[in-house]
Design a protein around this ligand. Structure first.
Ligand code: HPA
Length: 267
């Protein structure tokens, strides 16, 4: 299935794409900054899952960003849409077969760390997979990676260092912390958030962890960013809404784009 998807994409697009980017909720506009862009809709790719989440377009954008060939997902696949984990990570394996060596993942997340403000950008230092699933369960495909992949450096310390250097140059503030991934689609309860804080999580969201496991499995280095779009459940006294998540994404997308563009030039 992955091979036929890659074959289809290669029949439309030529070139080598060393850097992959996944754009999260409300952050999709970076796709418009890509030069010489060529698009492939997920819906046209054989066997490919289609993203149905709000704020997600559902296509690959191929082209150049800051002089580098990039392959960008404008819209990702989430477990809460009802897809199997294998579908959630299929795009990662497609990226691998298109030549991707480094992956930048972005998401919107609720802030658990009390020092985080809405609108902050957090470099993901590590994650807690709280989805109760793992995309590598089942027979291992040795062509992609080993049976028991190490996750000690799941989020590349080198790439994170590049991110902090770029942010300094751009005079941008960056936070750093642990992302806990849940399935959603209900937001967490205040009791869950209190528990997650004790577990060591700084931000919570409904994506990313399976993609990062699959990327590590097949030897792709990962840099992750969470845009803190709201305070996590129970921390602000207000109800959580999808609108605020998308609004903050739109407000901060310019800054996120500037940062990612700078980083892409360096890696
Ligand atoms: N919880 C889970 N996912 C999210 C949140 C949140 O508070 N904000 C944005 N995505």
């Amino acid at each position: 299935m992955i091979e036929s998807a890659v074959e289809f994409i290669k029949s439309k697009i030529t070139g080598d794409f060393e850097i992959g980017i996944i754009l999260g909720s409300g952050l999709g506009t970076l796709g418009e900054k890509i030069e010489n862009s060529q698009y492939v809709d997920y819906a046209d790719i054989p066997n490919f899952p289609v993203s149905t989440a709000p704020g997600h377009v559902g296509r690959f954008v191929f082209g150049q960003l800051n002089g580098k060939n990039v392959m960008c997902m404008q819209g990702r696949i989430h477990l809460y849409e009802g897809y199997e984990v294998s579908s959630v990570v299929m795009p990662i394996r497609v990226m691998k077969m298109m030549g991707v060596k480094k992956l930048i993942v972005t998401n919107a997340a609720g802030g658990i760390n009390e020092n985080f403000d809405v609108g902050d950008i957090m470099v993901i230092s590590d994650h807690i997979n709280f989805t109760g699933r793992n995309c590598l369960i089942g027979r291992n495909d040795d062509r992609f990676g080993v049976r028991f992949p190490d996750m000690s450096f799941g989020y590349s310390p080198e790439l994170s260092r590049v991110a902090f250097n770029c942010a300094k140059r751009l005079n941008m503030k960056l936070q750093k912390g642990v992302y806990i991934g849940c399935t959603g689609p209900s937001y967490e309860t205040p009791a869950e958030i209190r528990a997650f804080r004790i577990m060591g999580a700084d931000a919570v969201g409904m994506s990313t962890v399976q993609e990062v496991i699959a990327a590590n499995h097949c030897g792709i280095e990962v840099l992750g960013f969470s845009l803190i779009s709201n305070k996590a459940a129970g921390l602000s006294g207000e109800r959580l809404t999808e609108e605020e998540v998308l609004t903050i994404g739109r407000q901060k997308s310019e800054e996120m784009q500037t940062l990612i563009t700078e980083i892409v030039g360096e890696i």
